[in-house]
Design a protein around this ligand. Structure first.
Ligand code: BGC
Length: 806
């Protein structure tokens, strides 16, 4: 084991808190050290320690007193019950692999569990995905009438809405609007708490740089800085500033950690990376969520550097609890404790249980291991009772903080359908999520928004009239009749204009029949313009939705080509939970808009955008590749010793253009890069400047220095209509002890400008923006040279430079 086990660390943790009380531990979390022992690098002797617990509400002495009093009354079975989680079927849900697994899962875990009976005995701490106030009440009443009356915590996968559905998180991140994310999160908490759900398995903050990975749809994309901003927004929205509010829910930040780095984009696959990459790219959003007070975390399925995350003390004890001061609890992912045997690091259920618990997984989701194995481990003296007690304490703290003991049941009128009052917000979210990738044909003239002369629109494609697909991978407790389809939205908008909508499905999402092509072409022939609604089904992304091909599924590409060949102007709406390869479309289709899975108000938001009631403002948060072989593809790559320079990578290599870091058959860059997105107006940047050209290292290294250099730029609306631009600031750092990415996002702001209007925007750069991890895994600033760009995408050209001086 690389690090001492959690039980072994307990004494250390105690000492830490004693020191804390005595005022001896002061440094900020992961702040750079001050001693200069390695060139200009600050190196610390050990990992930094959190200065305080991450969630102050959970650390309240009053809660601690109540937890302790309750714990003293609990039997072993009641304690273990708090660490168990089942759904209402109570099945232990073994995976298909069990049947022929060489390493057999303990047969006793195959038993069906009667969740209701467990609740009655006070031996069921939490439940997952029990939907509806009536159902949660039945289980809760049973628990409340048990010996100690400890309430059940009901958790659910409310990920982009409960009944009123908003865009999938990847789409939502394209809004670059954390305030919007916070409002939506609160809205969904308001809805779900009326059904008794007080815990969301959200946000998923896994960084995803590989479009093949289906769960890209559930996160905020490829960038750590944006991902962190979004993570904070979700936590503030779900938990508010008081977990005990009737409409607050506890968040479960998932999947800890680095699940998004699955090799080859294949779901549940292993991950392997340097500590620098882990800390610089993958951990920041989880850390941001913990700092924002996240009450719980979910451990991930994958192994990281050879250790399954669900049994990894480095992740859950060293980093999460000791470095970040996390004082909530960790739940395993679905059967992840049992899967430790499949990973081959536990030969039996007891060992899997011990490893997970000691690493820091307090709650066993569906494995049926903790309840069957903990008693044996205690009897055999393979685990001390203190490990169980500590886990129970952590769970109870969250329940007390949520006010569950006082208010165990659903409150208010149950929300069972999409809420009309919530429609404007989810519609705005959809509008902000759309990314206009291209707008102009061979003649360069913009096709969107539609001119008022456009009266006949042909809507073609398998996503045009599908309510179910609009709701995306985790469409909550959806009710399809609530959804405005593209067909309905466009028909209503055209009726207002005195126009007409023609419709043909054309083909199925994954179909091979061309029977519908003729009808689609007939519709196109009669129309002024064609809108094609093509892409993936909702279930092609999300969990277990990895794809090796990233083109339009089925024969949709063929349909697109045949309709484009009619010569009618085509707008392609792309529905997908990930970046797709749109190479052909980018060359032949005049207008392309990525609309993800927009949610309940899909059709109204799309119609409003196509007709120019609103201008698109979304910007990509994942790079769109030219070919699948470029994956994983992300903008903030490291440099190489053989950069492509100004070689034309669009041409096959020849002479000096061969032995450079490149492909021989496709350019290196993204077809549509991170941060890209067009508007119906245009923006120009000028006057990028800095508050200072030199920053002394001694000043940069002061703990908590968050405003060291200010970068300012002017952005102007140079077009003819109002629009919103996402202004982005990128940083590069040259001359450090370890190489740094070619550029990294370090600031962004949404700015709405009238035609001709200018605005100065500024970004403060401090330790979070200027620091990086060195080869000792320390977060440092060194005396190096920085370049800062400000612009409308990761290709921003306006820049300015400064130095951190020794
Ligand atoms: C997923 C989690 C989800 C859990 C409960 C798992 O399979 O990976 O994201 O929260 O199931 O439904």
């Amino acid at each position: 084991m690389r690090y001492p086990s959690r039980s072994g660390l307990r004494l250390g943790a105690l000492l830490f808190f004693v020191l804390l009380i005595c005022g001896s531990v002061t440094g900020a979390v992961a702040s750079p050290g001050n001693g200069q022992t390695d060139e200009s690098t600050a190196v610390q002797a050990s990992f930094p320690r959190a200065a305080h617990p991450s969630n102050t509400q959970l650390a309240s002495p009053e809660i601690e007193r109540r937890v302790q009093a309750l714990l003293e009354k609990m039997t072993l079975a009641e304690k273990i019950g708090q660490l168990m989680q089942y759904n209402d079927q109570g099945s232990s849900a073994p995976t298909a692999a069990d049947a022929d697994s060489a390493i057999a899962v303990n047969p006793e875990t195959r038993d069906h569990v009667d969740a209701y009976e467990l609740a009655k005995k006070g031996e069921l701490g939490s439940m997952l995905n029990v939907i509806g106030a009536e159902k949660t009440r039945r289980f809760q009443e049973a628990a409340m009438h048990s010996r100690l009356g400890i309430p059940i915590l009901f958790g659910a996968d409310v990920i982009h809405g409960y009944r009123t559905i908003y865009p999938v998180p990847l789409g939502l991140s394209a809004s670059w609007d954390p305030q919007l994310v916070q409002e939506l999160s609160r809205m969904s908490a308001t809805e779900a708490t009326t059904a008794g759900v007080k815990w969301f398995y959200s946000p998923m903050v896994d960084i995803s740089r590989d479009a093949r990975w289906g769960r890209s749809t559930e996160g905020a994309g490829e960038d750590a800085y944006l991902g962190s901003a979004m993570a904070r927004a979700y936590i503030h929205g779900y938990q508010g500033d008081d977990l005990s509010r009737p409409d607050s829910v506890a968040a479960s930040v998932k999947h800890f950690a680095a699940y998004g780095a699955a090799e080859a984009g294949r779901e549940y696959n292993t991950t392997d990376m340097s500590d620098i990459r882990l800390r610089q790219v993958y951990l920041p959003p989880y850390k941001a969520a913990v700092e924002a007070g996240a009450a719980t975390m979910m451990s991930s399925f994958n192994a990281l550097n050879g250790v399954p995350a669900t049994a990894d003390p480095y992740l859950m004890d060293e980093i999460l609890r000791r470095e970040w001061g996390f004082n909530g609890f960790v739940v395993s992912d679905y059967t992840a404790v049992m899967e430790l045997t499949h990973h081959g690091i536990a030969l039996d259920a007891a060992t899997a249980t011990r490893k997970a618990l000691e690493a820091g997984v307090e709650v066993d989701m569906m494995s049926h291991y903790y309840d069957t194995q903990i008693p044996k481990l205690l009897d055999n003296h393979q685990m001390p009772m203190s490990v169980v007690d500590e886990a129970v304490r952590r769970v109870l703290r969250v329940k007390f903080a949520l006010g569950l003991f006082e208010h165990p049941y659903a409150r208010g009128d149950e929300v069972v359908r999409a809420v009309d009052a919530h429609r404007p917000l989810v519609r705005r979210a959809a509008e902000e999520s759309f990314v206009l990738l291209k707008n102009g044909g061979d003649d360069g003239a913009a096709l969107l928004p539609f001119a008022s002369s456009v009266k006949k629109v042909a809507l073609i494609g398998p996503l045009a009239d599908s309510a179910g697909e609009m709701q995306g991978a985790w469409g909550g407790a959806q009710h399809q009749p609530d959804v405005v389809t593209v067909r309905n939205g466009l028909a209503a908008r055209l009726e207002k204009n005195g126009g007409e909508l023609l419709y043909a499905k054309g083909t199925d999402i994954d179909g091979s029949s061309t029977d519908g092509f003729a009808e689609a072409k007939r519709m196109a022939a009669q129309a002024d313009v064609v809108v094609m609604a093509l892409g993936e089904s909702a279930s092609m992304s999300g969990e277990a939705g990895s794809r090796a091909h990233l083109d339009l599924p089925g024969n949709q590409q063929q349909l697109l080509q045949e309709i484009t060949a009619t010569g009618k102007p085509v707008v392609l709406l792309v529905f997908s939970g990930r970046p797709l390869v749109l190479d052909w479309a980018s060359q032949h289709v005049p207008a392309i808009m990525e609309v993800w899975f927009p949610g309940t108000e899909a059709g109204s938001a799309i119609a409003a955008t196509l007709f120019g009631d609103v201008s698109p403002s979304g910007k990509l948060t994942m790079s769109f590749p030219r070919a699948v072989g470029q994956e994983p593809l992300y903008y903030n790559q490291f440099p190489t010793g053989r950069p492509a320079g100004d070689a034309d990578l669009g041409k096959p290599p020849e002479g000096s253009t061969r032995f450079i870091s490149r492909y021989i058959d496709v350019p290196n860059d993204a077809l549509y890069p991170f941060g890209h997105g067009l508007s119906y107006t245009t923006f120009a940047y000028s006057g990028v400047s800095l508050s200072r050209a030199k920053l002394p290292l001694s000043e940069a290294n002061q703990s908590g220095a968050n405003q060291l250099v200010k970068v300012t730029a002017t952005v102007k609306n140079t077009g003819k209509r109002e629009g919103t631009e996402v202004v982005q600031a990128y940083v590069r750092n040259l001359g450090a002890s370890v190489e740094q990415p070619v550029r990294s996002l370090k600031g962004f702001q949404r700015v709405t400008l009238k035609p001709g209007e200018s605005r100065q925007v500024s970004f403060e750069l401090g330790i979070p923006e200027l620091s990086f991890y060195n080869s000792h895994s320390r977060q440092v600033i060194e005396s190096t040279h920085y370049t800062v760009w400000v612009g409308g995408s990761s290709l921003a050209t306006e820049h300015v430079d400064f130095d951190v001086t020794p």
